[in-house]
Design a protein around this ligand. Sequence first.
Ligand SMILES: [Zn+2]
Length: 357
Amino acid sequence: MPHAVSSAPLSTGLLARVARLPKVDLHFHMAGTLRPATLARLASKYDLPLPRPVETLYTYRDFYDFIDVLRIAAQAVRSSEDFECVAYEAVEDAARSSNARHVEMSFNPQYFMPTGVAYRVQVEGLAAGLQAAQRDFGCSGLLIASLDRGLPLDSAERAMDDIVGLRSDTVVGVGLDGPEREGPPAKFAALFQRAGRAGLRRTAHVCEDNQTLEEAPPTNVDACIELLGCDRLDHGYNLLASDDALRRARGRGVYFCVCGVTSVVRRQRQRIEGVKRMVDAGLPVTLNTDDPAMFHTDLAHSYATVLEGCGWGWEQARAFSLAGVDACWLDEPARRALRAEFEREIAALEGTPAATQ
Ligand SMILES: [Zn+2]
């Protein structure tokens, strides 16, 4: 496991139990889930050159090399069948490796504008893939249409026209990603309020640890909640720099969807410490994968990496698992049913009688 930052390795028994723990992934990106072989197949289908052989495709020289591969992935997914295949394989990999039972996958409609792929084609393909994967692997899936703050605002506006114009039961929310230095939350307030009026849930990447405190200050968390109407946030580590902002965030009870593995190996220790401090500070935290295939991780690996790095055991693994259910955007009856299912399975794993419902 390339990113392990172990202080005390988990026992084989605990690792096996953590792998079998039912899990939810609320923060990962479609482009980051492509299997290398699938990306190679699609690149060849559309005559897109790859920088190196498939075996080393996800071994990056540096961050910019990673971004180049991500761009190729965005160009290589074009037809409804391509989107369906990618969504299906993402859920298959999460379910098989980690016992994922519900996922909420972000995709960026703007990435497919240059190749002229209609929003409807993206959503129909992804929804078909999620549906087929639910049938085959017992893992439900929803979609989050995410805007890239690094792209021009008029492109985000066009994407939002599509998102609110073609409402789908599968697209339950909108997100905001890309480097925070490219655009503070306030820049997207009108667009997010429009999404809210259309009944969409809202999340945003905020205070990520690859941004400085000037680029992503703790007050951005307040802005995401107050101006964008977010009821969930992605990352959030820079919030730890301000006791006041931390206290306000805790009072609001907004879930932070953190990720245990980062693309930048030298930042991995800092990432683990950030997750530990957020949990210790009493923030509601769920654990997720971000770009699982491209970062060589999965949910079980992310859990193991964080538990190992923080010196935590089974109790915290269970807390992350149930927090994922509590923070998910399934409708309330489905969310309650999923929680009951998780509680039963966790009790069975612990060898104790299931709690009465
Ligand atoms: Zn992310």
